[in-house]
Design a binder for this molecule. Structure first.
Ligand code: AKG
Length: 260
């Protein structure tokens, strides 16, 4: 993120990067890239309706590239209540909006997102034809119960977690560790898509990573440079991992209840 770049120019650049990925099954962008995850002072002025300028740019880019696109997130203004949300947009290859996800865990304790944004309530999965996706955003990565809910979702649980983020460099080690932990404990792929550069004076971790259900890193970006990462995922690997090492079956859902 170049702090001097306008949201319109970012949208144009991101759309062009997406168009370059024609042929991919899924393209993922990071959290709040049009405004900057830590640009709290701009949230109010840069808030968009769901079908605002980022939607328009990403809908066209997904359609032109013919890809499923997780377009990262925007500051969305709810048209009825006026409440702002950190909302992810996922597009189908024909450019139609497949789904949205409002970030459930807002970051900042009693500042930033926590006071400026409303809280999402619904875990969201996406029926991508190759594997069901489970959506989470940045700080959500610290809450394993959300990922379990996504694994348990009906009609099919998540097999690939998509986690756009604007994670600060200060806690880069947590980002890498937690992304791998979510992959290992849920035996699912994790696509951890972070930002490099600086958001409103906050240096970003970079280190986007594609992690397999065994916790192996298939591809990882460096700390500080904008990078396009790609990897081949094998959805059958999720079943193979879950069958050969069936820890998910050993979950005890009702703690404190004796064995029947
Ligand atoms: O949990 C963290 O350390 C970073 C989270 C964050 O920056 C966010 O959710 O925007």
């Amino acid at each position: 993120m170049d702090p001097d770049e306008s949201p319109d120019s970012r949208r144009e650049r991101a759309a062009s990067l997406v168009r370059d990925q024609a042929g991919a099954d899924l393209v993922v962008l990071p959290e709040l890239w049009p405004v900057g995850a830590f640009a709290f002072d701009s949230f109010e002025t840069e808030a968009e309706p769901l079908r605002g300028p980022t939607y328009e740019a990403m809908h066209a880019a997904a359609r032109d590239a013919g890809v499923w696109l997780h377009a990262g997130s925007i500051v969305e203004r709810d048209p009825v209540s006026g409440t702002l949300y950190n909302t992810s947009l996922v597009f189908q290859p024909d450019g139609e909006l497949a789904t949205t996800y409002r970030k459930i865990h807002r970051f900042g304790f009693d500042r930033g997102e926590a006071v400026l944004l409303g809280r999402g309530t619904e875990p969201v999965t996406v029926p991508h034809p190759k594997a069901t996706l489970g959506l989470a955003t940045c700080y959500d990565l610290r809450f394993p119960e959300l990922f379990r809910a996504l694994v348990d979702a009906e009609p099919e649980g998540a097999r690939v977690f998509v986690v756009p983020a604007g994670w600060p460099a200060k806690r880069a080690a947590h980002w890498s560790l937690l992304a791998r932990a979510r992959a290992v404990e849920n035996q699912a792929y994790v696509l951890a898509c972070g930002t490099a550069g600086t958001h409103a004076g906050v240096p970003q971790a970079g280190r986007s990573a594609i992690i397999d259900p065994w916790g192996e890193i298939l591809a990882e970006a460096p700390d500080a440079e904008e990078t396009v990462l790609d990897a081949d995922l094998d959805p059958a690997q999720v079943d193979k991992t879950r069958e050969s090492f069936p820890v998910l079956k050993d979950r005890v859902r009702e703690l404190g209840v004796p064995e029947a």
